[in-house]
Unconditional design. Structure first.
Length: 607
């Protein structure tokens, strides 16, 4: 997964490309580069490292010109290095690429055998060679040359190509990697997503699978890979550019943690009907009475949200639910088909594993609902229906506001189903809906007490490992707490179902191991307290997340963090907040790169 930007117009391209890449660094930050045309040829400036390294290099090696392409890389084929950084240039052809050319080995051998010399280890360079050959072989224009090259590659890609011999045109192609075109006046833009060009234009064309785009200053022509024209109306994006900025916080992650009450309120807007004790989902035309089984497919944090969704839907709608890791689902010939509703959960809407699972399910006749945060992203577009969370752009690699808005969406969906299956009575639905509307205030209350987590982070931040325990719907929250801590602080952490602890992980417990136990009031409370006592008896350090008003817990736990009371189905939306803050402050204490942790990228668009 990588970020791509292209510009053609009358202004200097480099600042626009670099500005766009800054917004796309969440997609990868192993290397960055630009290719900008002026005075007869394009100049490629690229280097290993984050965008800042490229910016330094551009001071010494400026790249003037009014047409160009830019790239920020997350390495797939070839280690992060200057040579493997994009753009790749062969002859007069510069190429940037997000994705993977799956038949790259065969193509490389074929090209090498007939004389091509390679200067990088990347699959992308192969594509530049193919276009160069097509141009030299007499293709009448760049679009035709790209089309001829596309016929030879298969895999996932969003390419943008520039030709020194035709410096008025960019040609792009998309298959399974995201791409948008931004429309300006006398200028046009290409990018991996809207945030990259939002400061330049709000008029956006979303490019579909199997489409090519030829972009000049004054025109954008979309065709399929056979050259058949495709028409499209631009969409006007209403996000404010400020929504994608840090807004005074030290990190995007902290800003996004604080944005959660607003994000949850936005996700609820227009969906709660208190007069009918119901949920309004106008775009989702599912006949709940015909759904025999629901299968969630998701990865990472979205998988954890799905586990909570299982709990909510089974409790409120009494429909059987299974939750699958998307990366495993398609590789075991899953038993899925008509009568099944597959719910694909993905913040980005671009996760390759989840997309592959959706294709598998659709191919076998299941209906698919996507729960996503990114309008018009690939997974919702592939699905039969989309339910959008309204978290706004999430930039920090560690998912926070996307998670809580996913949980709220799960709750809405569970109530919606429960009302239609007849398993959820109106008074209980009314109570839950009223409680959902209270959540933003309660969430703000928890976040406003964040200083306590900062103190705990300093007290326990030097530990070599953490254990997170929870029961019922708190078990996925234990998994999520462990994932958050691992990914941004690099401390090993495990999430465990509290009742399973005695079957193994109890061996880990000693006075050096902090154990975070989720014990809100509810049906599992007494059992969870017993698990907590088992930790205490072995001298483990207990950090309990409990319900405000619980005066007993302090006698067992070393530290107690209290959250407001709410119905058991909604508790995960509150109990996860202290865990997000704990991870954030531990990582900040350790001084790690919180928004861009090592080896990770925000959107995982390779399988
Ligand atoms: O965009 P998605 O929700 O499909 O992403 C899935 C995971 O890659 C993502 O949740 C990842 O685990 C996050 N870094 C967790 O914070």
């Amino acid at each position: 997964m990588c970020g791509i930007v292209g510009y053609v117009g009358a202004r200097q391209a480099t600042p626009i490309l670099v500005g766009g890449l800054r917004k796309l660094e969440y997609r990868g930050y192993d290397s960055a580069g630009v290719s900008v045309w002026s005075e007869g040829q394009s100049r490629v400036v690229r280097c290993r490292g984050k965008l800042a390294a490229l910016e330094d290099k551009l001071v010494k090696e400026p790249a003037p010109g009014t047409i160009g392409i830019g790239h920020t890389r997350w390495a797939t084929h070839g280690r992060p290095s200057d040579e493997n950084a994009h753009p790749h240039k062969v002859g007069a052809i510069s190429v940037i690429h997000n994705g993977i050319i799956e038949n790259h080995l065969a193509l490389r051998q074929e090209l090498a055998a007939s004389g091509s010399k390679f200067t990088s280890e990347t699959d992308t360079e192969i594509f530049a060679h193919l276009i160069d050959r097509a141009v030299r072989g007499g293709a009448p224009d760049l679009t035709t040359a790209v089309r001829q090259a596309l016929a030879k590659v298969h895999g996932a890609y969003a390419f943008v190509v520039m030709n020194d011999k035709d410096p008025s045109t960019l040609v792009a192609a998309k298959n399974a990697s995201p791409m948008v075109v931004g429309l300006g006046d006398g200028e046009n833009f290409i990018a991996s997503d809207v945030t990259a060009i939002l400061s330049e234009t709000r008029r956006i064309l979303f490019i579909d699978e199997g489409e090519m785009v030829t972009v000049t200053r004054d025109a954008v022509v979309i065709t399929d890979f056979d050259g058949k024209p495709r028409t499209r109306e631009p969409k006007v994006i209403t996000w404010s550019a400020m929504q994608a900025e840090k807004g005074g916080y030290k990190h995007f992650m902290l800003k996004e943690i604080h944005e959660q009450p607003r994000a949850v309120a936005d996700t609820l807007v227009g969906r709660v009907d208190l007069e009918r004790d119901d949920v309004v989902l106008d775009d989702v035309k599912i006949d709940a009475t015909k759904v025999k089984r629901i299968i969630f497919v998701a990865c990472g944090t979205s998988y954890h949200a799905s586990l909570v969704g299982e709990f909510m839907i089974e409790a409120l709608a009494r429909i059987p639910v299974e939750v699958e890791l998307a990366s495993e689902f398609r590789y075991r010939d899953p038993i899925v088909g008509p009568g099944d509703l597959v719910v694909a959960v993905s913040q980005s809407g671009e996760t390759a594993d989840t997309m592959a699972a959706v294709r598998e399910a659709k191919g076998k006749g299941a209906q698919v609902l996507a729960i996503s945060n990114v309008l018009e992203s690939s997974i919702p577009r592939l699905a039969d229906w989309a339910f959008y969370t309204h978290a706004g752009p999430e930039i920090g690699v560690a998912s926070t506001k996307a998670f809580t808005t996913q949980l709220v969406s799960m709750a809405l969906f569970a109530i919606y189903l429960g009302r239609r299956t007849g398993k959820l009575a109106a008074p209980r639905a009314r109570e839950l809906l009223a409680e959902l509307l209270q959540l933003p205030t309660k969430m703000k209350d928890v976040i406003d007490h964040g200083a306590q987590l900062q103190v705990l982070a300093r007290r326990y931040g030097n530990a070599h490992g953490f254990l997170f325990l929870g029961r019922g719907a708190q078990y996925p929250i234990a998994l999520e707490g462990a994932l958050k801590l691992k990914e941004i602080s690099y401390i090993h952490a495990e999430g465990y179902a509290a009742g399973e602890m005695k079957h193994g992980p109890i061996a880990l417990i000693d006075e050096h191991l902090p154990v975070v136990v989720l014990v809100p009031r509810g049906p599992n409370y007494e059992k969870a307290i017993s698990n907590l006592s088992e930790v205490k008896a072995r001298s483990g350090k207990i950090l309990a997340i409990a319900t405000r008003g619980d005066t007993d817990i302090g006698s067992t736990a070393d530290e107690v963090v209290l959250v407001p009371d709410c119905p058991v189905e909604l508790q995960p939306i509150l109990t996860v907040l202290p865990l997000q803050l704990l991870s954030y402050y531990v990582a900040d204490f350790k001084g790690t790169d919180i928004d861009q942790p090592r080896n990770l990228a925000k959107s995982v668009t390779v399988e």
